[in-house]
Design a protein around this ligand. Structure first.
Ligand SMILES: N[C@@H](CCC(=O)N[C@@H](CS)C(=O)NCC(=O)O)C(=O)O
Length: 222
């Protein structure tokens, strides 16, 4: 029996955050159950018992422990299986900087980047046109975010300090989505941000997972 089941969806940035964490930790003893969001499988009565808001990802351990929210799942997995992706628990300041990095990622980056991904990517599959006003407002926020990140990354290698952590992983799926939507310049147009991005995506485990996903995308024609 696998250690846990991960309920997710293909092409879901929140699921990919967890999958990248597992890839980086070299952990494979789990089952991935894919729900079809277009068919609304995440809103079934059965799935709402796992996630009261009817979303993915959700982790259920072999013992029945249930957890939702991608970042909480990533942190749980890194702690439980000792992936070297968290600051040492004994270093209170490093832990505080990690929490600070998570808040900045969620509120200042993922919020506007998620709006762009929804308008320019998800809506395509719903047969709806993007709202250009929402996109340009969100793009302005993302640009402003990376202007600040550019200054910070001139003095540290990674988002939460000098080590690669979960915080860096948290960015990867939505940045990839920005590239897919034609906004890669927000990264490539900034020297320190671009160098940080290369450090992240050139990690062997991350490279392998992204390459496998790219192949799967080509094979399914999405
Ligand atoms: N903050 C949540 C967001 C979860 C989320 O919005 N998941 C999306 C897929 S990427 C979803 O389930 N969308 C379908 C829906 O809301 O019905 C997390 O990080 O897990």
């Amino acid at each position: 029996m696998p250690a846990f089941t991960l309920y997710g969806s293909r092409g879901s940035t929140n699921t990919d955050r967890v999958r990248l964490t597992l890839a980086e930790g070299g952990f494979t003893d789990y089952e991935l159950v894919l729900l079809n969001l277009q068919k609304g499988e995440q809103k079934s009565t059965e799935h709402k018992k796992r996630h009261p808001w009817g979303k993915i990802p959700v982790l259920i351990s072999a013992e029945g422990f249930t957890l939702y929210e991608s970042r909480a799942i990533c942190k749980y997995l890194a702690t439980k299986y000792s992936f070297p992706l968290l600051p040492p628990g004994s270093d209170i300041e490093a832990a505080a900087l990690f929490d600070q990095g998570q808040c900045a990622e969620m509120l200042y980056f993922a919020e506007p980047a998620g709006r762009i991904a929804f308008e320019k990517f998800a809506k395509r599959f719903m047969g709806l046109p993007p709202d250009d006003a929402v996109v340009s407002d969100a793009l302005r926020s993302v640009e402003m975010f990376f202007d600040v990140a550019e200054r910070l990354l001139r003095h540290k290698d990674y988002m939460a300090g000098n080590d690669f952590t979960l915080i860096d992983i948290y960015y990867i799926p939505l940045i990839q989505r920005l590239f897919a939507c034609g906004y890669g310049d927000v990264i490539l147009g900034r020297e320190a941000v671009s160098a940080w991005w290369n450090r992240c995506v050139n990690r062997p485990a991350i490279q392998r997972m992204l390459a496998a996903d790219k192949e799967a995308t080509v094979a399914t024609g999405r």
